[in-house]
Design a protein around this ligand. Structure first.
Ligand code: NAP
Length: 240
């Protein structure tokens, strides 16, 4: 099985490239997904059986500040990949990585695959639009999930009042290999079996020196407060 992974240098992409030994993981420089010709060239040359699309602009502030870049990457970039896959004519299986942040998350709800997205910011909006693009490709699975890499937390502090059913990228890579094994289609939530705050997640990731903060101190674009997911289609995973 020939697997191509976009965004292979990213937090999730690295775990996927380790999990899928021998997968082709073109760098951003080799295959800029905003460039349809580059996408066509790499995809037609490699002719994948499975393409896992993780590449995206993921910073909430970055997306808000540069909407054009966010749109071109997260929506048009996804469409470019789909256009190239359609030209292959080999029915390549596509996994599109989406996020729990497509939901409003104003209360503890545990969203399932049946719930309606309601993005709070431009990043989430582009991820939801990317989902719609992926739904136009008949052999696709949209995976909504939520994670942070193990190790040092990205910021000095983490929220004690934002929650999710988080996993580590390695857990998600394992789950994705199981989804690929069954060639599931439509939307699947890959969720951890425990709801926790971002601060609890930071500690679990091994970032013991991460300070605590609350949304009262936060100045920035609106964010999803409770990103907890449930699933009607799949099993839940233990974070480890
Ligand atoms: N992190 C989360 O909390 C989270 C939660 C749920 C879902 N997700 C989704 O999971 C996926 C991976 O997220 P992540 O946290 O692993 O992101 P990440 O660490 O920021 O990695 C994103 C990757 O995409 C690449 N990329 C960006 N623009 C590109 C372009 N135009 N062409 C080709 N590659 C490009 C980046 O390359 P450069 O660094 O070279 O630009 C990077 O390798 C995303 O689709 C995200 O929406 C993330």
């Amino acid at each position: 099985m020939k697997v191509l992974i976009t965004g292979g240098k990213g937090a999730l992409g690295r775990a996927l490239c380790s999990k899928f030994e021998g997968a082709y993981c073109p760098s951003h420089g080799e295959m800029d997904i905003t460039d349809p010709k580059a996408v066509d060239k790499i995809i037609s040359k490699y002719n994948p059986d499975v393409l896992i699309h993780t590449a995206a602009v993921v910073g909430v502030r970055e997306c808000e500040d540069d909407k054009e870049k966010a749109w071109n990457t997260n929506v048009e970039g996804t469409q470019n990949i789909i256009n190239s896959l359609k030209k292959l004519n080999n029915n390549c299986y596509l996994i599109y990585i989406s996020t729990a942040c497509v939901f409003a998350g104003e209360k503890e709800k545990y969203y399932t695959e049946k719930d309606a997205p309601s993005p709070k910011n431009y990043y989430s909006f582009t991820k939801a639009c990317g989902e719609i693009a992926a739904r136009q490709y008949q052999n696709a699975c949209i995976i909504r999930t939520n994670f942070a890499p193990k190790g040092q937390w990205k910021y000095p502090k983490a929220f004690t009042d934002r929650f999710g059913t988080y996993l580590f990228p390695e857990n998600i890579a394992q789950a994705i290999s199981e989804v690929i094994g069954k060639k599931e289609k439509g939307i699947i939530h890959i969720a951890g079996d425990k709801r926790m705050s971002m601060h609890e997640l930071a500690l679990l990731a091994g970032s013991k020196n991460t300070g605590k903060m609350t949304l009262d101190e936060y100045k920035g674009p609106p964010v999803t407060v409770d990103m907890s997911l449930s699933t009607k289609r799949w099993k839940k995973y233990k974070i480890n």
